[in-house]
Design a protein around this ligand. Sequence first.
Ligand SMILES: *[C@@H]1O[C@H](CO)[C@@H](O)[C@H](O)[C@H]1NC(C)=O
Ligand SMILES: *[C@@H]1O[C@H](CO)[C@@H](O)[C@H](O)[C@H]1NC(C)=O
Length: 183
Amino acid sequence: MFALRTLFVALAAASVLANPLEVRQTTNTNPRIQQIIDVLDQSLHISGPNIVTIIASQTDNDQTITPQINDMVKAFNTSATDLNATPISSGSTATSPTNDELSVIFGDSLYITITSVSGLIQSDVPSLTSILAPLDTAMAASVTAFNRTLPGGLNLVHILMLDAQQFLTRQGLTKTRTALGFT
Ligand SMILES: *[C@@H]1O[C@H](CO)[C@@H](O)[C@H](O)[C@H]1NC(C)=O
Ligand SMILES: *[C@@H]1O[C@H](CO)[C@@H](O)[C@H](O)[C@H]1NC(C)=O
């Protein structure tokens, strides 16, 4: 009797493990994705304008820029962790938040990040390359996590980033470029 119960438990566990696609097909996790990327977007709408203000006041240097980039890295790290912990969404094209609405929010987060760091130059910020490297890693991880949890969600983001990709190239943000599907 005990052995049989153990067998049933083991079989039940195995059938859950063997069927990960069922989650993908039945669960619309778009509302949770929206919560995660809203937090990301709000954070970047603080750090991004801060960087623009620092550049405009000609006080951009390693010391003033590093804390702002760190905040951006933390925000992208958190979003990647939270997205990867969210079940893959079946998505929705009808019920808000729709797939496209999510892609627009996420695209906005990337856009404000990329355009605000595009004004940074090495002659003012000598450690620029090493300051931006962790941002590139964190942003790329977030991009990959977004497309994991909202399959195909990057298609629209890619289009939204067509103009901004030149800044990714200029600032050496190569991991993010690749994660976004630019060759
Ligand atoms: C971001 O995540 C990376 C990789 O997990 C980690 O090495 C880094 O310390 C994190 N940075 C911040 C600012 O949280
Ligand atoms: C995004 O996800 C879709 C669907 O899973 C996949 O076909 C596509 O290759 C992914 N895009 C990137 C840039 O990884």
